[in-house]
Design a protein around this ligand. Structure first.
Ligand SMILES: Nc1ncnc2c1ncn2[C@@H]1O[C@H](COP(=O)(O)OP(=O)(O)OP(=O)(O)O)[C@@H](O)[C@H]1O
Ligand SMILES: [Mg+2]
Length: 220
């Protein structure tokens, strides 16, 4: 469950990005997030990923109020909330395999399971042949698939995907939504920010739209 009440958010320049924003998403939901460029989609996702704090308002994510919770509780919450960043954010000094395995290593999972789960997702995303390479040697679409693999490998309770198909071809994009649907069917909440109306039309789901600093909800 994600609950936001009366959220106001601005950056240091004080320009308001989100104003009195309210949102309730039940656990296990799938929804699209749209809105014009600069509307605040990435900002909202980063706030849900606990990277940015609102100036005021109330937040509850998976039963925890991250604005009041102790640091170690927030750290554990963050392991359950995963984000595919618009700019990928791969760790340049780690190989592709190590980038993807990282969330499992942080959970101190058995090495054999780390090996098999990481291999499985790398293969599914057709990127396993690059597992020993480093991020700066990959194409944009390849880097995006690595970022996707890293975000889903540990089956997070919440997946925040920020324009996860913008460097992919249409076939890869459609397959990716199947992957998100699989994750969704085992109980993960999935929020996908996109400008891709074809994708939205092909996979109808509730649509959140940011417009004029506010959030509007509609069914597709
Ligand atoms: N760190 C920052 N400091 C100051 N302003 C910022 C910062 N990050 C984002 N902004 C501003 O916040 C607004 C919303 O940006 P955001 O990246 O959330 O938009 P978006 O909806 O994701 O756009 P796009 O579709 O282009 O990705 C923009 O006006 C942007 O310039
Ligand atoms: Mg964005």
């Amino acid at each position: 469950m994600i609950q936001l009440e009366g959220i106001n958010l601005h950056f240091s320049n004080k320009k308001t990005i989100l104003e009195d924003l309210n949102l309730e998403i039940p656990q296990g939901a799938f929804c699209w997030l749209t809105g014009p460029s600069g509307a605040g989609k990435s900002t909202l996702l980063k706030m849900l990923h606990l990277e940015i704090k609102p100036a005021s308002g109330r937040m509850e994510i998976l039963g925890i109020n991250p604005l009041k919770a102790r640091r170690n509780l927030c750290a554990r919450l963050r392991q359950r909330v995963s984000m595919i960043h618009q700019d990928y954010r791969l760790l340049s000094n780690l190989s592709i395999f190590d980038n993807v395995a990282l969330p499992l290593r942080l959970q101190k999972i058995d090495k054999k399971i780390i090996q098999s789960n990481t291999n499985e997702i790398l293969e599914w995303l057709n990127i396993s042949h690059k597992q020993k390479a480093f991020p700066n040697t990959l194409s944009g679409g390849e880097q995006q698939r690595v970022a996707i693999a890293r975000a889903v490998v540990h089956k997070p309770a919440i997946l925040l995907a920020d324009e996860p198909t913008n460097a992919l071809d249409e076939n890869q994009a459609f397959r990716l939504i199947d992957l998100f649907n699989d994750l969704n069917s085992i109980g993960s909440t999935v929020i996908v920010a996109t400008h891709n109306e074809t994708l939205i039309k092909n996979f109808p789901a509730p649509k959140l739209t940011i417009h004029d600093k506010q959030l509007w909800i509609s069914d597709v």
